[in-house]
Design a binder for this molecule. Sequence first.
Ligand code: CP
Length: 332
Amino acid sequence: MQAIEAFPASNNETNLQFNADGSLRHLLSLKGLDKALLVDLLDDAQRYVTPPGGTAVRNRSLVGRTVANLFFEPSTRTRASFDLAGKRLGADVLNLDVNTSSRKKGESILDTIYTLQAMQVDIMVVRDASAGVPAYIARHVNDHVSILNAGEAEMSHPTQGLLDLLTIRQRKGQFGDLTVAIVGDIMHSRVARSAAHGLHTLGVGELRLVSPAALAPDPAEMPYASLFDNLDEALRNADVVMALRIQRERIGSLDGIPGIDEYYANYGISAERMQLAAADAIVMHPGPMNRGIEIESSLADSPASAITQQVANGVAVRMAVLERVCKSMERR
Ligand code: CP
């Protein structure tokens, strides 16, 4: 039986991310990261991007450091890319198998964390279905430990946000003249929240959030974005279209949520619908992707798709973030 734990929120989580000298200690959210820091992280990540088939960039900047991947929720992309990122920087990487960990026997998350901390884990990469977990852990670890949020409930997925920003910058060159449409289950999407926040900080021209009414966010939450329930209107002249899956694991009741056929008819991104967007528009998806539900399968594999580029950028972004918090460790 798993212990029932509460993860109280704090009002100063953005401050918690920084050391006294302003360097990045934890990455919990893109909130609180200013434009200069976001651009720096994207520039760092760009150095780690290699063309398909090229030899992966490696260095030894994390030799002697230990990274633990603690994924208390399923993951393919984020977990694999943090694993590869740590190894390519020379770190020891521990992938804790949560199904056989002592949390299953009722150990509290903090006791799990203290146990790993005692084994000289320096960086803990945390994914959890409960809001507040990464910050809660960050408030309790020793000074030498950094916490990286690898996906927190519907709240935040900062490294996904960074890889989405990097992909858009690579394909479009800038943000100020862009119209970006994020389409789907915005209400339950940590990907949408992190992308929206990062795009706003980088000065995106126009941000459109498109969803059925039952999956729309609170309009006050992202006041810089325009909310749409009509996909065709929202796609008009868009430069970037990001499709999201319906996050059924975070939806209590399916009342008011369209069924699969109705959803695809009204919110599925197809090549035909992309004709409404700008002629050189790109389509993105964070994965995991449900082909034929939120995106037409052939579109996902077309030249307009940046989906595999997003995956490739995931490793580069996570290398940049690991290196950044590791450097700040040396100054503590
Ligand atoms: N985009 C994303 O977070 O994918 P995974 O759930 O596979 O990590």
